[in-house]
Design a protein around this ligand. Structure first.
Ligand code: ZN
Length: 120
């Protein structure tokens, strides 16, 4: 959200996910590239920080990040629980495709999430 991605990186993310939403599994929605850690929270345009979400899930996740809330979003605060669920699904997907060290460096870096911690 919020910044135009390099097209090659975006296509790599979408094809790598087989055009399937990592949160709800939908294959027929409009696939979009989401920054797991939003740009406003220091997230980078690198594969370990990018996943495929359908349009609907991306609307809910938006720029949500724990401790930052819904910056730059159109959504009501009521959806924060759903945003957590989508973020949790993104992390699960990342763990299947990237090393823990890489995830720690680029996702948890400034927040010190303990090993195996849940978002809840
Ligand atoms: Zn979805």
């Amino acid at each position: 959200m919020g910044r135009k991605l390099n097209t090659d990186i975006g296509m790599t993310v979408l094809t790598g996910a087989n055009w399937q939403c990592v949160a709800c599994g939908d294959r027929f929605g409009r696939c979009q590239v989401d920054h797991v850690r939003p740009v406003h929270a220091g997230g980078l345009d690198i594969p370990v920080n990018l996943v495929c979400l359908c349009y609907e899930c991306n609307q809910v996740k938006s720029c949500f990040w724990p401790g930052h809330g819904y910056h730059q979003t159109r959504l009501a605060y009521d959806d924060v629980f759903r945003a957590h669920l989508i973020l949790d699904a993104e992390i699960t997907w990342l763990r299947e495709h990237h090393s823990e060290a890489e995830i720690h460096e680029h996702i948890w870096r400034w927040y010190g999430m303990p090993d195996g911690a849940s978002w809840f």
